[in-house]
Design a protein around this ligand. Structure first.
Ligand SMILES: Cc1cc2nc3c(=O)[nH]c(=O)nc-3n(C[C@H](O)[C@H](O)[C@H](O)COP(=O)(O)OP(=O)(O)OC[C@H]3O[C@@H](n4cnc5c(N)ncnc54)[C@H](O)[C@@H]3O)c2cc1C
Length: 297
């Protein structure tokens, strides 16, 4: 009871949620405590409390890069949806908090005539998740526009510069430092005519609609592209386009998307992922590396 009282005095609290509700692939077991802290200072208090009580916790963005297992999670999942403010610091710099949803931010910036985030307008995550993943598309990635990242690390607020974030292809220091919470970032933007920005966004979205199964629950591309090649080409090459196992399907439209075709589970997803990896290794000698994160499975 003490835990529930504490959490509910600093956050919205749900006791009956599951990972199905908070991931885009819509699978996964129940979550003991699902919370949305009211602000950064409350988040800090909560994390200190969870550490003191040795309660496991996981910060989740929009759950668009996560596949979760069916077993219940006996810990606390933290959403940052209330920590979602932004403001301009000068003509070229915007401060954005982690809970800001990226397609919404990209559209707002387009209306205001700020360019830089068009590449990410179709990535269905929030700022924190995109920084964590150094998400990217169309030969651009978050590290191209990030100047600094505000984090909560060892109970302190700290600004990390780009070098300290150690960004690389779909990777950052935050993969190694799972204890750090990303709170906000400063992004560098440039002024550009609104119509040019809008046209670029429309072009990118049309390309996505033509090539990706956006009408099906998924977590985007499951594997990183190997040097000089495309994961989808290798998966197609081993004949796995359309492969279905217990409701998990290698997409017909884009074989690097593995979708929940109905009733899929994290366990069936992992089995499919492993089969794809084995077949590609046998056929091409290439070890595919996961882009998607498997959690609690
Ligand atoms: C239809 C579709 C299309 C996609 N297209 C692309 C694409 O073009 N390019 C691309 O790169 N990705 C793409 N993705 C994948 C996904 O959207 C990105 O990886 C995105 O960056 C994940 O953001 P999120 O907020 O959903 O993070 P989540 O999936 O919620 O979390 C991912 C990881 O980040 C950690 N995390 C999240 N927020 C924080 C925080 N504040 N502090 C610390 N850790 C945090 C989580 O703990 C987890 O380990 C796509 C996904 C879908 C479903």
């Amino acid at each position: 009871m003490e835990i529930i009282n504490f959490l509910s005095s600093h956050a919205d609290l749900k006791l009956d949620a599951s990972f199905k509700d908070i991931t885009t692939i819509k699978m996964g077991g129940k979550i003991k405590y699902l919370i949305s802290p009211f602000d950064m200072n409350r988040l800090k208090l909560i994390i200190n409390f969870l550490k003191e009580y040795a309660i496991p916790y996981k910060v989740v963005g929009r759950g668009s890069n996560m596949v979760c297992g069916s077993r219940d999670y006996n810990g606390c999942v933290i959403l940052l949806e209330h920590i979602n403010h932004y403001h301009f610091e000068d003509d070229n710099t915007i401060y954005v908090e982690s809970g800001m949803v990226i397609p919404r931010l990209a559209n707002t910036l387009a209306k205001l005539g700020y360019s830089g985030l068009e590449f990410a307008s179709g990535i269905p995550g929030n700022l924190g998740g995109l920084v964590f993943m150094n998400a990217g598309a169309y030969k651009k990635e978050m590290s191209d526009i990030i100047s600094e990242v505000l984090v909560l690390s060892d109970g302190e607020y700290k600004w990390l510069n780009r070098e300290e974030c150690a960004f690389s292809y779909r990777h950052s220091i935050f993969h190694e430092r799972r204890d750090i919470v990303i709170l906000a970032a400063r992004l560098n933007l440039v002024k550009r005519p609104c119509d040019d920005i809008r046209n670029l966004i429309q072009d990118r979205l049309a390309r996505r609609r033509a090539t990706q199964p956006l009408d099906k629950p998924s977590c985007g591309s499951c594997f990183k592209n190997p040097e000089g090649d495309y994961a989808w080409r290798l998966i197609d090459g081993v004949g796995m386009r359309g492969y279905n196992y217990h409701g998990i399907e290698v997409s017909q439209k884009h074989p690097n998307f593995i979708i929940n075709a109905g009733g899929g589970t994290g366990e069936a997803f992992v089995a499919t992922l492993n089969l794809v990896k084995t077949r590609v290794l046998e056929e091409y000698g290439v070890s595919l590396r996961e882009e998607v994160e498997i959690f609690n499975c």
